[in-house]
Ligand binder design. Structure first.
Ligand code: ADP
Length: 195
């Protein structure tokens, strides 16, 4: 199964993707993690990406695409994946469709948007700041990332809805509750996913 998770920063995409990875035995492909890895490895791509990430801005599409292409070329991703953080704008959505086509005529099965009100998002990110040290979780940057989501990423909802791929899930609740909502949106029977 090929799944994309959408939702604002702090919506819990990473947590939900990890749970899906385990249950469905498909790799979690997170553009933010791939970028942070490139940054910590101090590759040329990573150094260029970091400038944009620290500002809360999007990294240029081509740089992220390169990391996603490399990741989807790994053998474990040929039968499915749960993607988080990519695509983040309409151009990246078109790039992803092309990339999947290139990888043997693949297509997305479902796009899940995790909906969380922005007041709740701001609260969650300030709590995360206490736990995880991320250079881009400072308050001003979070506000910019929320604006970038509204302006660049939200239009993807209509795009995927038109393709008949979109399912909206309420992202307020415990991780287990949200996971159950996602699984029912994926039409994955519980018996089929118990490991
Ligand atoms: P969050 O969902 O909390 O914003 P991510 O880990 O997904 O966190 O992304 C962190 C940063 O990495 C973004 O603010 C952006 O700078 C960069 N980034 C991640 N994915 C993409 C992407 N698909 N296109 C451009 N930039 C990206």
């Amino acid at each position: 199964m090929r799944i994309v998770l959408l939702g604002p920063p702090g919506a819990g995409k990473g947590t939900q993707a990890k749970l899906l990875e385990k249950r469905l035995q498909i790799p979690h492909v997170a553009s933010g993690d791939l970028l942070r890895m490139a940054v910590s490895n101090r590759t040329a791509l990573g150094l260029e990406a970091k400038r944009h990430m620290d500002e809360g801005a999007l990294v240029p599409d081509e740089l992220v695409l390169k990391l996603i292409d490399e990741r989807l070329s790994q053998p474990d991703a040929t039968d499915g994946f749960v993607m988080d953080g990519f695509p983040r704008n309409l151009r990246q959505a078109a790039m992803l469709a092309n990339l999947l086509k290139k990888h043997g005529g693949q297509r997305l099965d479902r796009v899940i948007v995790i909906e969380v009100p922005s007041d709740e998002i701001k609260k969650r990110i300030s709590e995360r700041r206490g736990r995880e040290k991320r250079d881009d979780d400072v308050e001003d940057t979070v506000l910019i990332r929320l604006e970038v989501y509204a302006a660049a990423t939200r239009p993807l909802l209509e795009y995927y809805a038109k393709l008949g791929l979109l399912a909206q899930v309420d992202g307020v609740g415990s991780p287990e509750q949200i996971q159950a909502r996602i699984r029912s949106a994926l039409d994955v029977a519980d018996s089929a996913v118990k490991a």
